[in-house]
Design a protein. Structure first.
Length: 154
């Protein structure tokens, strides 16, 4: 007895002449893949975007450590709270306090301007799994900032 898949393929044989290009530019837009470790980074900008029905804050930095990765851009992703204030264990609040050198005056008004012009020591990690927890192919792995360790400039 044939499987449903075999019967389907008999009735609908693949047509090699009708391949469809889904991405006409031919580019895959991935952040760079660099070896895990600690790098000096300088803040560039912040972006707030929807991501899987949640808001995320992307803090973009440029690697300024000398070496082959100098000039590459990496980002730190923080969850955006739905509450009126940030939880003390939130990645954004901890990163903000590190950048500002103090606790915020108001937990509901924290500007990303505290990062402007500052240099940090950052821990870089490789993203090896997708949103479902499955291993990514090596060709689709990329690097992100795991966290900022310390501020290097005022």
């Amino acid at each position: 007895m044939k499987t449903k898949a075999a019967v389907f393929l008999e009735r609908h044989p693949p047509d090699d002449g009708d391949d469809i290009e889904l991405n006409e530019s031919g580019e895959v837009n991935l952040p760079p893949l660099i070896p895990p470790g600690r790098f000096e980074v300088q803040f560039l900008k912040a972006e707030k975007r929807g991501f899987y029905k949640r808001q995320k804050l992307f803090l973009r930095f440029q690697i300024i450590s000398p070496g082959p990765h100098h000039g590459l851009q990496v980002y730190l992703v923080c969850d955006v709270t739905k509450r009126k204030h940030w939880h003390p264990s939130s990645k954004f609040l901890q990163t903000w306090v590190l950048a500002a050198g103090k606790k915020p005056d108001r937990m509901d008004r924290m500007s990303t301007k505290v990062f402007k012009g500052k240099v940090f020591l950052a821990e870089i990690r490789t993203v090896t799994k997708n949103a479902q927890g499955w291993e990514r192919p090596v060709e689709l792995q990329y690097s992100v900032i795991k966290g900022l360790i310390r501020r290097l400039t005022n």
